[in-house]
Design a protein around this ligand. Structure first.
Ligand SMILES: [Zn+2]
Length: 158
């Protein structure tokens, strides 16, 4: 699982090419949006592995939208139509797949983002990952799993 806080566009800009390409084998469905909190849940099925994983997106600035307008919103589609600005909100994202653990993402986010505010950060790892992913990510460019890339491309940025 990985949590980051950055705009969706920024996350995609930082996604590595390999994961971005693999995301085309994913099919993502919207499960629900909690329109009180701005929390959105998705399920993504990977055709290659035949596994399904759950993704969660928190719109961090959801509560800054006018309350009387928010009360009318029932679905994610309505939210997007009513508030196009949610595309540009800072988000937290998470996926329950093991990518972050084995791909090098946790190390990359822990080490590489120390001084770089343009990179996303993870906040819920039990301890900072200090073992370099010399085998799985020599280039040190893994950040997002393909499931999350699929969510962002097909729902948040569309
Ligand atoms: Zn994932």
């Amino acid at each position: 699982m990985i949590r980051t806080s950055i705009q969706a566009e920024g996350l995609i800009t930082n996604a590595d090419y390999e994961s971005d390409t693999r995301a085309s084998s994913c099919s993502t469905v919207l499960v629900r949006m909690d329109t009180k909190t701005g929390q959105i849940d998705f399920t993504t099925h990977c055709a290659n592995s035949n596994f399904s994983w759950r993704q969660r997106v928190n719109l961090l600035e959801w509560k800054t939208l006018p309350e009387e307008e928010l009360e009318k919103i029932k679905t994610f589609q309505e939210a997007k139509a009513q508030f196009p600005e949610i595309k540009n909100m800072d988000i937290e994202v998470s996926c329950n797949c093991p990518h972050a653990l084995y791909s090098g993402s946790l190390f990359n986010l822990n080490v590489l983002d120390a001084d770089d505010t343009t990179l996303p950060r993870y906040t819920n790892a039990p301890a900072p990952e200090v073992r370099p992913p010399d085998k799985n990510d020599k280039e040190r460019n893994h950040i997002l799993c393909k499931h999350m890339i699929s969510v962002i491309r097909n729902f948040l940025l569309k």
